[in-house]
Design a protein around this ligand. Structure first.
Ligand code: FES
Length: 203
């Protein structure tokens, strides 16, 4: 039988580095879920955060879908108007000799290379192609002796239809844009966008 003086019945002495709780109580303390409420709060916070994040993501998706639908509806209801075009004077046919070429600037600032390889006295004598190289934008010019349009920047070349036949534009399958021409009363006209021309009453 143990008495109060029996060393086995007394709690062990506490040292400097020992825990403040008596070692013989450690088992009991450890069994108590001291941080359980914090863990539960953390779990709820995480669930709440995930729920909010999901709501925000769904909201953003809906906004994107409705935005795309509104843009499509807008294009359907208000289609973009095609650029207004018109026929503008280029040159007197009699003064535009076979083999000659000129650079024409449209009202919208686009530059056009117009050449006359033919001599039949018809509009088919003339070619009008954009003079802006589709490769990197250098200026293309007509080479009468080679019957082609040439870009000096990287030796790009185009046939009279505008199709690339040499250089980087050919490798990329590019071509020069073609402009319609017509002859009326001995004068050569070109059809171009009229943007950039002053409107009625504008100086
Ligand atoms: S810019 Fe014309 S070939 Fe490169």
């Amino acid at each position: 039988m143990m008495t109060p003086d029996d060393p086995e019945s007394q709690p062990p002495p506490m040292g400097d580095n020992e825990p403040s709780s008596p070692s013989w109580l450690i088992g009991e303390v450890a069994a108590t879920p001291a941080h359980a409420p914090d863990a539960a709060v953390e779990k709820i916070d995480r669930r709440d955060f995930l729920a909010r994040a999901t709501s925000v993501a769904m909201g953003a998706s809906l906004v994107a879908v409705y935005g795309a639908f509104a843009a499509m509806a807008g294009r359907f209801l208000y289609p973009a108007r095609p650029a207004l075009k018109g026929w503008l004077y280029v040159a007197d046919v009699a003064g535009f000799k076979r083999g000659a070429s000129l650079s024409y600037t449209a009202p919208d600032g686009a530059t056009v290379a117009i050449a006359r390889p033919g001599e039949a006295g018809k509009v088919e004598d003339f070619i009008a192609l954009s003079s802006t190289c589709p490769h990197l934008g250098c200026k293309v010019h007509w080479e009468g002796q080679n019957q082609r349009f040439f870009c000096p920047c990287h030796n790009g070349a185009f046939d009279p239809s505008g199709r690339a036949i040499a250089g980087p534009p050919q490798e990329a399958g590019q071509s020069l844009g073609k402009y319609p021409l017509r002859i009326d009363g001995g004068l050569l006209y070109i059809e171009v966008p009229l943007e950039g021309l002053p409107g009625p009453g504008e100086a």
